[in-house]
Write a protein that binds this ligand. Structure first.
Ligand code: NAD
Length: 482
């Protein structure tokens, strides 16, 4: 079986203990490659390599750093099909989705920050007739980047790109559930001529390899995307050493639909926001909140469309709905469907595992599920399920809609459907979430601040926010009085 290798000090290497574990293809439930079971020793080697590379990389002119990053982006484009296939096999997502979303976005991330750094400038504050301050934004040093399995290369590069563009050296860990595209990416970094040690990729489990990155005294800042419970643990571990932290965590996003919306557009987009990537996008809307006059119409049209969604082999060009990421995750989602029933929810469609036939019968598939009849107090409507499961709720007034939308500990994203401009602004400002989409979903501009409030995280990624996170601001004050 193919062995995934760590990328440390510019070389592809086995873990020091020589131990690997199996990587499962969730579409067929079979092991197809091996993942390094790295530990503290591998992380120590990676941090040392990063430390050694830092003086040279941080003083490399931005234009030279940019040129290397643009070469990496070009290589992602050149190898897009192979990367998309790898992502689909590793994650269970449709190849058709990886082709249009995951891999183009990974390329965009590297190109975006690799060129943004050419336009990066810092502020000056002039004190009338007395002096001037300017802000010197310096790279931090060695930083850690840890990413989840749902958008593997997309989120991995979203962190690494601003970190290295700003002149830091990185020790990164992709999810142990989907490590393949990060491994292929390390090969592209070597081909592009990224100097040894600028990026180091350590594969393995969270509690061993991941935690060794978090607690390493040489790692000065951590950018993490993953579950809220993991984020809390990381924050607790990092706090005593005052490490800079960016935490992008879970969500339980509302889609608020008013009767005056463009119904057909809303229906199309709500289908996307509910079930893209089998509902395994942190931005997916999992609580659909509908104004009473169109509730029945929406329910009928939506359920009909959901029932027609065909689950298939992720590698088949026609497939729009693939497998969920792992057996453990499938069982977690199924247990939430059972909970919804116990809480009194009515399953309008789906609600069970799916066996698409042949060798796919050993894969992890769940029928897209719509649940009705649960209020905001139910765990089904409060906890993140992170699968192809949505609930629908009805409201009568704008105030009630707002209460329902905000009735969760999370606050990542929200979608709002209305043709009333005043209401859109009014409502958007009151929703407790870091991102609000009005009459759309997942429309992304990489310059905008990205992140959540409440239990969805701390800090913002995207654009200048990310470059600010990966730099230390130093104020230099000069007195020019005689
Ligand atoms: P997870 O928290 O289990 O794992 C995420 C990463 O953290 C993995 O690489 C894992 O190995 C590592 N990890 C686990 N324990 C660790 C520890 N103790 N120390 C250091 N690292 C550790 O999350 P997941 O199941 O991979 O991803 C799904 C979650 O990610 C969902 O909650 C989803 O909402 C969230 N997510 C959030 C965003 C966002 O932008 N806010 C984006 C995508 C996914």
């Amino acid at each position: 079986m193919k062995k995934i290798l760590n990328y440390i000090g510019g070389a592809l290497v086995e873990p020091q203990n020589g131990i690997f574990f199996e990587n499962i293809d969730p579409s067929r439930g079979i092991a197809y490659s091996l993942i390094p079971d790295s530990n503290q020793n591998d992380v120590d080697a990676a941090v040392n390599a990063a430390k050694m590379a830092f003086p040279s990389w941080s003083s490399t002119p931005a234009a030279a750093r940019s040129a290397i990053m643009v070469r990496i982006a070009d290589l992602i484009a050149k190898n897009a099909e192979a990367l998309a296939r790898a992502e689909s096999i590793d994650n269970g997502k449709p190849l058709s989705l990886a082709r249009v979303m995951d891999i183009p976005r990974a390329e965009d991330n590297i190109r975006f920050f690799g060129t943004a750094i050419l336009h990066w400038s810092s502020e000056a504050h002039i004190m009338e007739n007395s002096g001037i301050n300017y802000t010197n934004r310096k790279p931090i040093g060695v930083v850690g980047c840890i990413s989840p399995w749902n958008l593997p290369l997309y989120l991995f590069t979203w962190k690494i790109a601003p970190a290295i563009a700003a002149g830091n050296c990185v020790v990164a860990k992709p999810s142990e559930i989907t490590p393949m595209s990060a491994f292929l990416f390390s090969e592209l970094c070597i081909e592009a001529g990224l100097p040894a040690g600028v990026l180091n990729i350590v594969h393995g489990y969270g509690p061993s390899a991941g935690e060794a990155i978090i607690t390493h005294a040489g790692v000065k800042a951590i950018s993490f995307t993953g579950g809220t419970a993991t984020g809390a643990r990381i924050a607790a571990k990092a706090a005593p050493e005052f490490k800079k932290l960016s935490l992008e965590l879970g969500g339980k996003n509302p889609n608020v639909i008013f009767a005056d919306c463009d119904f057909e557009k809303m229906l199309r987009q709500t289908l996307r926001s509910s079930f893209t990537n089998q509902g395994q996008i942190c931005l997916c809307g999992s609580r659909i909140i509908i104004e009473r006059p169109i509730y029945e119409k929406f329910k009928e049209a939506f359920v009909e469309k959901v029932q027609n969604m065909k689950i298939g082999d992720p590698l088949d060009d026609e497939t729009k709905t693939g497998a969920v990421v792992s057996e453990a995750h499938m069982n977690k989602i199924l247990s939430y469907i059972e909970l919804a029933k116990q809480e009194g929810g009515k399953i309008l469609c789906g609600g069970e595992r799916c066996y698409p036939g042949g060798e796919l019968n050993n894969g992890y598939y769940i029928k897209p599920t719509v649940i009705e009849g649960l209020g905001p107090e139910c765990r089904t409507n409060r906890e993140e399920i992170f699968g192809p499961v949505v609930t629908i709720q009805v409201f009568d007034t704008e105030e009630e809609a707002l209460q329902l939308a905000n009735a969760t500990e999370y606050g990542l994203a929200a979608s709002l459907w209305t043709s009333d401009l005043n209401r859109a602004h009014r409502f958007a400002s009151k929703i407790e979430s870091g991102i609000v989409w009005v009459n759309t979903w997942l429309m992304r501009d990489l310059r905008t601040p990205f992140g959540g409030v409440k239990n969805s995280g701390v800090g913002r990624e995207g654009g200048w926010e990310a470059l600010r996170f990966f730099t230390e601001a130093q104020n230099v004050c000069i007195d020019f009085t005689p």
